[in-house]
Design a protein around this ligand. Structure first.
Ligand SMILES: [Zn+2]
Length: 146
């Protein structure tokens, strides 16, 4: 599924595919774009195949009030970590097999996946600072790796 994202640099609205050969960039100015996708069981695997350093999977549901707080935080982090991060929003009612595969028992649950492997998990509505800290630590490593 494609998502419309405004470019953080020039404001142009871009259509961003959920699965792509590389990190999405703005058609007008070339800046890296926030990358957020809604996943289903059918496309979760191909989304994880995207060549991006970190996937942050947000297990949520529309009826879950604390999930709204996480959603706002992740929108912000997707902008902040554009080019490094893909946010994967998995509605547990629409991606039930994926939720089962990850053993999700309560929502919101955030699962951090680097190169296809889970590296961290946060259960409950974590404050944005805590989510940002996990991403920042890994971003530093990523940059030092070259
Ligand atoms: Zn732009």
């Amino acid at each position: 599924m494609a998502d419309i994202q405004s470019c953080p640099n020039c404001g142009k609205r871009n259509r961003v595919p959920g699965v792509a050969g590389g990190v999405p960039v703005c058609a007008a100015c070339g800046s890296r774009l926030p990358w957020i996708v809604e996943a289903r069981d059918s496309d979760f695997g191909s989304i994880l195949g995207n060549k991006v350093r970190m996937h942050l999977v947000d297990f949520w549901a529309p009826w879950c009030a604390p999930c709204k707080l996480i959603e706002a935080a992740l929108d912000e982090l997707a902008r902040e970590f554009a080019g490094f991060l893909q946010v994967v929003r998995a509605d547990v009612d629409k991606a039930p097999e994926t939720a089962r595969a990850f053993g999700i028992r309560s929502i919101p649950t955030l699962v951090f996946i680097r190169d296809g492997e889970e590296v961290a998990r946060q259960v409950g509505a974590a404050p944005i600072e805590r989510i940002r800290a996990v991403l920042s630590d890994d971003l530093v490593k990523w940059r030092s790796e070259g």
